[in-house]
Write a protein that binds this ligand. Structure first.
Ligand SMILES: Nc1ncnc2c1ncn2[C@@H]1O[C@H](COP(=O)(O)OP(=O)(O)O)[C@@H](O)[C@H]1O
Ligand SMILES: O=P(O)(O)OC[C@H](O)CO
Length: 576
């Protein structure tokens, strides 16, 4: 047993676990649950579950610190709701996210039960000691007084609230609000709330809470009486000023006073009071509700009811990018994370709060440890690539498409794909649309080749992220990218990213870093450690794949990248 394992074993068999429960009055009260070791317990290995509720699916990982590995996983896919309305992107929390989570819990529970059956000598090899939740950022979940959704959640990639985002920015600056809100786009929650007030005034009047996707999941898992959140996810709500770590009353005022909607009744409650309370990074919100315990561990459910010892704490959770920053094992100076999910994101960790002069494309978020997470997010990433794959090619997978795309020359014979099927956020072009440009009589024949179009799309979404990297004030100090998310396992894309960005790449062995980061947070919360300290302890054991990718074709990509930027600017670079 090495030193780290000794510490881990000691803390998991230790005697007291303090669980912060939401009190049923308006305050949070610390309640201590005495959790002691009993016969057989000391032999069980602690396991922490991390749930990541993404845009295209939910994943759960079960992480065992003693083995320093993921011992079970499950995932379920789902779609954004079909709509004819341009710019709309919605999902129903109760019929989309929660059933996917339930199914994943059942599958993980089943896998762990098999482990138990394999070991007849011990009642169980593992014990779930905590759950953390990571969620797609931004969006808006509007709840009624019974804590039920009033309407489908508007997602981060919903760009209906363009006018509202601009109105809020203008109001904030007209009131000389301190700080910089230039980064506010329709993705954020505040413009969506204003959009709801203007477009659905009757529903708006019934809204008691406006929360984020991960807040909703925690609310349900722990059966809380009121919503909570953390600073990382809250910093994507459009009210939160990261430097001050508080929601802006000016933004709330702008929404409260707005009279463009025809309200059916006047509510006196400010929108500020409808936002969830913010807990610190290693706090626990409550314990896993029996309903979900039975999904996870049906064979021990009755035992769990009988004894506090088996209560499973639910930690505060965070946005998926914040959790990813934990899941890569902490981001060092000189590194940035590039996440290839439905969205593309690129972010670094900073000890300093954002400065007022940071470029508007960098959102000044908080991270999930108490530090800051300057982040750029592109809407057009694997969501668009997957649509191209499914609707424009006969390739059966990204792997097959990439194999053929690899034989297409860099720059795709001069054919440029603009990937803005759902508008764009970085650059802030919510009205942008997709296009294929640069056609000539000599390259026209290639435009109907699916491998060319797939590659042109892949190049485009990579150029977007590379351009976002250039917005970081410390870009010259960033020499290494930690690449994560669903697209990170694609070797062809890995090479392309290295070539285009001219940076070293590292791939954590676990690409589901958001779910893993949520599990780390649960481990920190359950063992009472600071999140950063806990994650650093785990990171030593997380091997990363060797840094084999070397940039070779940078110059060849530069020309195609310049063409891509020029076409986009010509079409969409105007005041929205
Ligand atoms: N080899 C691959 N190359 C490119 N994209 C991929 C590959 N494998 C999976 N993807 C895409 O990654 C996305 C899923 O990534 P993920 O990080 O789980 O997204 P989210 O969290 O937004 O649901 C899907 O769009 C999927 O099609
Ligand atoms: O579904 P993902 O993982 O792309 O998450 C969406 C991001 O949180 C948007 O910033």
């Amino acid at each position: 047993m090495n030193h780290r394992h000794f510490i881990a074993s000691f803390s998991y068999s230790s005697f007291l676990l303090f669980i912060l429960k939401i009190s049923y009055t308006s305050h949070f009260v610390a309640t201590a649950f005495a959790i002691s070791s009993t016969g057989g317990e000391t032999t069980k290995k602690a396991v922490y579950l991390g749930i990541d509720v993404g845009t295209q699916g939910t994943k759960i990982v079960a992480y065992c610190p003693q083995e320093a590995s993921i011992i079970a996983t499950a995932s379920r896919s789902y779609d954004v709701m079909p709509t004819e309305v341009t710019g709309r992107a919605e999902q129903d929390p109760s019929s989309t996210w929660m059933p996917a989570i339930e199914e994943c819990l059942m599958e993980v529970g089943h896998t762990l039960q098999l482990e138990q059956q394999d070991d007849n000598a011990e009642p169980s090899s593992y014990r779930i000691k905590g759950i953390g939740v990571s969620g797609q950022q931004h969006g808006m979940v509007a709840l009624d007084s019974q804590l039920e959704p009033l309407r489908p959640a508007k997602l981060w990639c919903d760009v209906e609230a363009v006018q509202e985002a601009n109105d809020l920015k203008d109001y904030f600056h007209s009131q000389q609000g301190q700080g910089n809100l230039d980064f506010l786009t329709p993705s954020f929650t505040a413009p969506k709330i204003l959009w709801m007030k203007r477009n659905e005034p009757e529903l708006y009047d019934k809204a008691k809470w406006f929360i984020l996707p991960h807040d909703y999941v925690i609310l349900k898992l722990a059966n809380l009486r009121r919503p909570i959140t953390d600073a990382g996810d809250a910093s994507g709500n459009g009210f939160f000023l990261a430097a001050k770590r508080e929601n802006s009353p000016i933004i709330a005022q702008a929404i409260d006073q707005d009279s463009k909607g025809e309200q059916s009744g006047e509510s006196n409650t400010s929108v500020l009071e409808k936002l969830p309370t913010i807990l610190s990074p290693n706090q626990v919100t409550g314990i896993l509700d029996d309903y979900y315990v039975q999904k996870l561990l049906p064979w021990t459910a009755s035992g769990m009811k009988a004894a506090n010892i088996k209560a499973i704490p639910v930690s505060v959770g965070s946005g998926d990018n914040m959790c990813s920053a934990l899941g890569v094992g902490c981001v060092s100076p000189g590194q940035a994370v590039m996440s290839l999910g439905t969205s593309g994101t690129i972010f670094a960790v900073s000890k300093r709060p954002p400065s007022g002069t940071d470029p508007s494309s960098l959102a000044p978020f908080c991270d999930a440890t108490g530090q800051y997470l300057p982040l750029a997010c592109t809407i057009s990433c694997t969501g668009v690539l997957t649509q191209v794959l499914k609707e424009w090619t006969d390739f059966s997978s990204h792997e097959e498409a990439s194999k053929y795309a690899a034989s297409v020359p860099i720059g795709c014979h001069g054919i440029t794909f603009l990937p803005y099927l759902g508008g764009e956020r970085t650059p802030n072009w919510p009205h942008a649309t997709g296009a294929i440009l640069g056609l000539t009589s000599s390259n026209f024949q290639y435009a109907k080749d699916p491998a060319v179009i797939y590659r042109a799309c892949l190049e485009a979404i990579t150029f977007l992220l590379a351009n976002a990297l250039e917005e970081f004030p410390n870009k010259n100090d960033i020499d290494t990218l930690l690449v994560v998310g669903g697209g990170a396992k694609n070797p062809f894309w890995q090479q392309m990213i290295a070539d285009i960005t001219n940076r070293k790449l590292i791939f954590p062995l676990e690409t589901e870093t958001a779910a893993l980061g949520a599990a780390f947070q649960a481990g920190a919360a359950a063992s009472g450690m600071a999140v950063e300290e806990y994650v650093k302890g785990q990171a030593q054991a997380l091997k990363r794949s060797p840094d084999t990718v070397q940039p070779q074709n940078h110059k060849a990509y530069e020309e195609a990248a310049a063409r891509f930027r020029q076409f986009g600017s010509n079409l969409f670079d105007k005041r929205i």
